[in-house]
Design a protein around this ligand. Structure first.
Ligand SMILES: [Cu+2]
Length: 471
């Protein structure tokens, strides 16, 4: 029967996720934790092609020399196995009775497991997107020139409402989905939705299929430009990020013609060769406009327009420049299956969203730094991806966020009854200022890239608007 064959053909792979909590106004230097494990080559090779995992979840590579202690690695394999079984059982149980079924389900794939032709088709579709016209109101977003800019403008505008709070997973799940739909509906893409598994090639992402700079990659590192720390001031905190291995424009791969129009990072995006310490990448503060999610469309939108901080408005202006990256090996090394297993051991979604963003209440500073693999992925890429507002201007943003979504999905599958529609956390970044808990009826907004949707409707990747699983 077709159904079970499809089930068997779901060959699922696994794995991985970056810090920053500090009270408003506090400046913290984000050091890589001391003693950061450097994965051995054996370990990296082993994770490239994951060995068949036995039914008890014990990975056959867990005893190879140089591997980290096996306990958490086994734990992550088990989590993935449980996810696989959940997907298979759920799809069999529902048969053809639901809108999302075996005939419809789409399988999202790790970038490196897609064929070269599929990867090329994907980047061609992205190029199509940035060659299509913007639908933004030029009064609200004067800098938007193409459809990709519309996605950047949406993320930029709502950034203070959707990070380090109870909306982070839900808002980004739907944002990633809307982008994927746009590629399919407007640009003819029909292949798998890709994700970037950070664990693969975590010793040096420049060698990965994602960043190797070939025509089948998502583009290479930025040109090497000596530079100092990058300072980010957002969500009421200040970060100082050490330099990576690039810093300049991306000059290899499919996106060398991509012009970044929006955002606030001219100094990072086109750094002066002589400049050893670029000024702040961006300077923002938390604005009290979390009301934008409370459901009264007209009033909320009006309020947003009235309350958008001047720095965000500035980011909506036309500021054309190249796309920059600055691949950072220290951040990359933090993304291990061990780290993932710890993050996914959370018992509730509030823990999960805090842990993966490095601000779990009660955790040590060093532990927070190790856990924060969401920011860590952004900081691994660097350049435009260090900008918490304009980062979707780099198309690899969506592969990073698909991987975050995958981890949320694996976590949910451990206890679907309790976790699929669980909401937790509050409405303001770092709960500062203190705010109400999010509710499943809260409305998520997407400007000109998608209709409003409520939290409850984004809980399951097999229901609501969605029908996808992760391989
Ligand atoms: Cu974001």
């Amino acid at each position: 029967m077709k159904v079970s064959q499809s089930i068997l053909s779901l060959s699922l792979v696994l794995f991985g996720l970056g810090t920053v909590a500090a009270p408003q106004g506090v400046s913290i230097a984000l050091a890589i934790p001391s003693g950061t494990p450097t994965p051995s080559l054996e370990f990296v090779e082993a994770t490239k092609e994951e060995p068949e995992t036995k039914e008890d979840g014990i990975s056959s590579n867990s005893s190879s020399l140089g591997s980290p202690p096996p306990v958490l690695e086994i734990a992550f394999s088990k989590l993935k196995n449980i996810y696989r079984r959940y997907i298979a059982d759920e799809l069999v149980d529902r048969g053809w009775s639901k809108k999302c079924n075996f005939g419809k389900v789409m399988v999202r794939k790790e970038w490196g497991t897609m064929s070269q032709s599929q990867r090329k088709k994907y980047t061609d579709a992205v190029k199509c997107l940035y060659n299509r016209p913007s639908q933004s109101d030029p009064v609200l977003v004067p800098g938007a020139r193409n459809r990709l800019d519309d996605f950047v403008a949406t993320h930029l505008t709502f950034s203070n409402n959707i990070h380090f709070n109870g909306y982070v997973f839900a808002w980004h799940r739907h944002f990633t989905y809307l982008y994927d739909q746009e590629l399919r509906n407007e640009c003819g893409y029909s292949g798998p939705t890709p994700y970037w598994d950070w664990v693969i090639d975590n010793a040096d992402p420049r060698r990965s299929t994602v960043f190797d700079g070939s025509e089948f990659s998502m583009g290479g590192n930025g040109e090497t430009i000596p530079h100092g720390n990058t300072s980010i001031n957002a969500f009421g905190i200040t970060l100082s990020l050490p330099p990576g291995t690039g810093g300049g424009c991306v000059t290899e791969g499919p996106f060398t013609d991509l012009v970044i129009n929006l955002g606030l990072s001219p100094n990072v995006s086109a750094p002066d060769q002589n400049q050893t310490a670029p000024p702040d990448v961006t300077s923002h503060y938390l604005a009290p406009f979390a009301d934008a999610f409370k459901g009264d469309t007209t009033a909320a939108v009006q309020k947003r327009q009235n309350d958008v901080p001047p720095e965000i408005l500035q980011g909506l202006n036309y500021n054309p420049r190249c796309m920059t990256r600055d691949i950072n090996l220290q951040w990359a090394a933090l993304a291990t299956t061990t780290a993932l297993a710890r993050i996914l051991s959370c018992g509730n979604v509030r823990c999960l969203e805090q842990r993966i963003d490095g601000w779990e209440e009660g955790a040590s500073d060093e532990q927070q730094a190790r856990d924060q693999l969401h920011g860590g992925g952004h900081f691994t890429i660097g350049g435009l991806n260090n900008d918490p507002f304009a980062s979707p201007g780099d198309p690899v943003f969506f592969l990073h966020h698909a991987n975050l979504d995958r981890l949320w999905t694996i976590w949910q599958s451990q206890n679907p009854t309790a976790r699929l529609y669980e909401v937790g956390g509050t409405r303001t970044p770092f709960n500062n200022p203190p705010s109400d808990n999010v509710r499943e009826t809260d409305v998520l907004r997407y400007g000109v890239v998608g209709k409003d949707i409520i939290m409850r409707d984004v809980g399951s990747t097999l229901d609501g608007p969605y029908c996808y699983v992760y391989a």
